[in-house]
Design a protein around this ligand. Sequence first.
Ligand SMILES: [Zn+2]
Length: 260
Amino acid sequence: MAESKNSRGYRIIVASLDGAESKTIAVGPLRFKLIITSLVFILISFIAAILLWGTVIFTKSQNTVLRRELMRVSEQAARVSLIEKNMVEIDRYVQYIRKALALTGDSVPPALEEFMTNDSLKSTYETSADSLDFANIPNIVPTDGWVSREFSEKEEHLGIDYAASVGTIIRSPAKGVVSSVGFDDFYGNTLNIDHENGFVTRFAHCNESIVKKGDRVNRGDTIATVGNTGKATSGPHLHYEIIRDGKPEDPRLYILKGLE
Ligand SMILES: [Zn+2]
């Protein structure tokens, strides 16, 4: 194909290779421009279509990747929140065990390697663990009621109050021996249980005592009933104290999850 140009337009001469007669197509300048413009337009449209198609394919694959990523992230988020929940539980148990083993303060428990290689450290822990009988640790809520007042050293309220109707059963929170049953002007009918491991629990404002001094009790045994005796101005409730080595402590530190 060859082109020749004249002032009026173009002449396209189609020459045959086998020597046959050539054909001449005359194209006016306007028509030539139109043809070129159309070809350029088609070319641009074609390129645009390819680019668009490519973009669509790319976006689609990106979407699939993102969707997978989102699924993975939300699965992980669910796992993390479960771990967080478990950590809170574990923290409670660690606190409980630390209290029970008489590990005071914020001292960090020894690392396992240190524990395994340091004999004196090992024997210290083994001794405290040996002297510990969980049956004697007051770790259940002693009555079916709702907490109407928390333990607070600041407010000089050295126990927890459980509001409950008169006659509601009070259970022993651990194994021990009833060390005293009596009446106090302020605390009303009161009984104490000595758990024989440094723990003493105290039950005040009782309606009546079911056990007497010297009785041996186990965790869960009925020992008294909720009352409104003494100077219990807030209505019937149990005032429950845990005294450890002579010092009142927050009973919540000892109540185990699932036993509350
Ligand atoms: Zn109280």
